[in-house]
Design a protein around this ligand. Structure first.
Ligand SMILES: Cc1cc2nc3c(=O)[nH]c(=O)nc-3n(C[C@H](O)[C@H](O)[C@H](O)COP(=O)(O)OP(=O)(O)OC[C@H]3O[C@@H](n4cnc5c(N)ncnc54)[C@H](O)[C@@H]3O)c2cc1C
Ligand SMILES: NC(=O)C1=CN([C@@H]2O[C@H](COP(=O)(O)OP(=O)(O)OC[C@H]3O[C@@H](n4cnc5c(N)ncnc54)[C@H](OP(=O)(O)O)[C@@H]3O)[C@@H](O)[C@H]2O)C=CC1
Length: 462
């Protein structure tokens, strides 16, 4: 989209293995550099003018001669190429193939349909992991007994601290009486393949199911109900803290899996389940060959500089497939999110256009400050800067204001300056926190009053 704006007269081609592509819609500013948005699915044929599309898989790049080849043998000459091939779910392995067949990851529509299929007859499901996907499943799964196995001492550790975790758990235990019941969502999934003759239908269905990661609000389009309606429908799962899976076996007595957990204190615990969801992170995905090897980062991502350039001539990368290779600013770090995929894609587009036009561009300001707007356990959540004290060592203090079922505000302060914030609920503090972090205002003189509910700090610092 950025290239169609910067280079409207050039040929822009989208090569994608999936005939369904996702893009951002309903972009709403939450603060100066912070947006919330929805992600919509489109068939490649409905993309905006100015973008050519080919549904095929990239197989080989000859960066020296500026051409690429697809799996069906199509050769495409290009001037500049940007790789946005995302990632794949990192899935826990139980060792044996037969057991691994009952451990699933979540990435795209295909994997959610698989989850739904297994849930339909499941009584017990184990969630492994303590990040974004695990937190969403813990909140959305119903009519099934959920066993949530986490390495940490509190839930949702990749996003929040123990205090916020407690806030979510209390709210889940005592839902706000005034809240209306959760609106049922229509389970409508339009398959573009219905229009095609049956001969292509299977291939098209495969293509339209595989593809981009699910992104925000994916669970609104799918019913994540299990096979035992009598279980406490949306209760908080049974949580196994400070635990790792030590062994998975086929139960001798029935078809269930028998799982042995090992706690950090060395003790063990056993549980049984029908299948395991491994919500254990993302593995960057670049399953194509190149004439020169990529410089890869430790996490397997393609290393990019602040202009989103890889080490291959005129080859760029953006989103989950890449790893930020530039020195991180004081308030920014990479997290594989739609929020950052969108920012990196726009930066790569501007960077390619600048080279093409012989101009100079500078890195977008959004890489100065980590910002992310999301929902966790039904609450609006804003994460800013080093919201969990990332890389601050022990040299910081926390200031927290909490109103049960309403809001949880945490400031991360270092030498009196705001370095990060977690804002849960409708706090209207995002822009104020952005400014305080970026300006480095010394808040020492205000003491704890900075979060005094009777003082409107949004007004005060406006
Ligand atoms: C269950 C789930 C929930 C999430 N929720 C959120 C959320 O609430 N908020 C948020 O910010 N982030 C969320 N994320 C993360 C977010 O989805 C990803 O960070 C984002 O999609 C990354 O975008 P991308 O374009 O880099 O990769 P992707 O979205 O994975 O897109 C990659 C595309 O490349 C295609 N492709 C791959 N290889 C090839 C090839 N060789 N040839 C041709 N095409 C290829 C794929 O088919 C796909 O269409 C979630 C992720 C998951 C899995
Ligand atoms: N609302 C949102 O913004 C959402 C964002 N996402 C994003 O999508 C991507 C995929 O989500 P997800 O898969 O949840 O990844 P996350 O990185 O969010 O979480 C992975 C979790 O799994 C843990 N883990 C990793 N390996 C193991 C293991 N072998 N055993 C036990 N635990 C393990 C990690 O612990 P540790 O960190 O200690 O390694 C971490 O708690 C992420 O980038 C995430 O940020 C997904 C859903 C919602």
């Amino acid at each position: 989209e950025t290239l169609t704006i910067c280079c409207p007269d050039e040929t822009i081609l989208l090569l994608t293995e999936s005939s369904v592509v996702k893009s951002v819609t309903n972009l709403v500013p939450v603060a100066r550099y912070l947006h919330k948005f929805d992600v919509r699915e489109q068939n490649v044929s409905d993309l905006r003018a100015g973008i050519g599309t080919i549904v095929d898989q990239l197989a080989y790049i000859n960066s020296g001669e500026h051409w690429a080849r697809t799996r069906t043998g199509l050769v495409i000459n290009y001037r500049h190429l940007c790789l946005c091939t995302g990632g794949a779910a990192k899935v826990f392995s139980a060792g044996e193939e037969e057991l691994n067949a009952r451990i699933i990851g979540l990435r795209d529509t295909d994997s959610v349909l698989e989850l739904q299929r297994r849930l339909a007859s499941a009584k017990d499901v184990l969630i492994l992991g303590n990040g974004g996907i695990a937190s969403e499943l813990a909140h959305e799964l119903h009519d099934v007994n959920v066993h949530w196995v986490i390495k940490d001492a509190h839930i949702s550790a990749t996003f929040v601290d123990p205090g916020a975790a407690e806030f979510f758990q209390l709210a889940k235990r005592e839902p706000d009486q005034t809240a209306t019941t959760k609106p049922t969502t229509a389970i409508k999934r339009m398959r573009y393949s219905e229009l095609l003759p049956t001969a292509e239908q299977e291939e098209e269905q495969q293509r339209s199911k595989r593809g981009a990661a699910l992104g925000p609000d994916w669970h609104r389009s799918f019913d994540l109900g299990g096979g035992c309606a009598d279980s406490a429908s949306r209760a908080m799962p049974k949580i196994y803290y400070n635990s790792q899976i030590e062994r998975v076996e086929q139960s001798p007595a029935d078809t269930a899996l028998s799982v042995t957990l090992k706690h950090n204190d060395g003790s063990v615990e056993h549980l049984s389940c029908d299948f395991i969801v491994s919500a254990t992170g993302v593995q960057p995905r670049h399953d194509y060959e190149t004439d020169k090897p990529f410089h890869l980062a430790a996490d397997g991502g393609i290393k990019v500089d602040e202009m989103m350039r890889t080490n291959l001539c005129d080859v760029y990368a953006a989103g989950d497939v890449c790893t930020a290779g530039w020195p991180n600013g004081a308030h920014w770090f990479q997290m594989r999110l739609w929020t950052q995929a969108r920012q990196m894609g726009a930066m790569a587009g501007r960077s390619m256009a600048a080279v093409h036009e012989g101009e100079t561009v500078y890195q977008d300001f959004c890489f100065e400050l980590f910002g992310h707007v999301t929902q966790l356990f039904g609450f609006p959540v804003v994460l800013l800067g080093r919201f969990n004290g990332q890389d601050l060592g022990r040299d910081y203090e926390l200031l927290v204001r909490c109103t049960r079922n309403k809001e949880y505000i945490k400031f991360v302060l270092q030498q009196g300056r705001l370095r990060g914030a977690i804002l849960i609920g409708d706090t209207d503090l995002a822009e104020t926190c952005e400014n305080l972090i970026l300006n480095g205002t010394d808040l020492t003189p205000y003491g704890d009053d900075i979060l005094n509910p009777d003082i409107d700090i949004e007004d005060y610092f406006d």
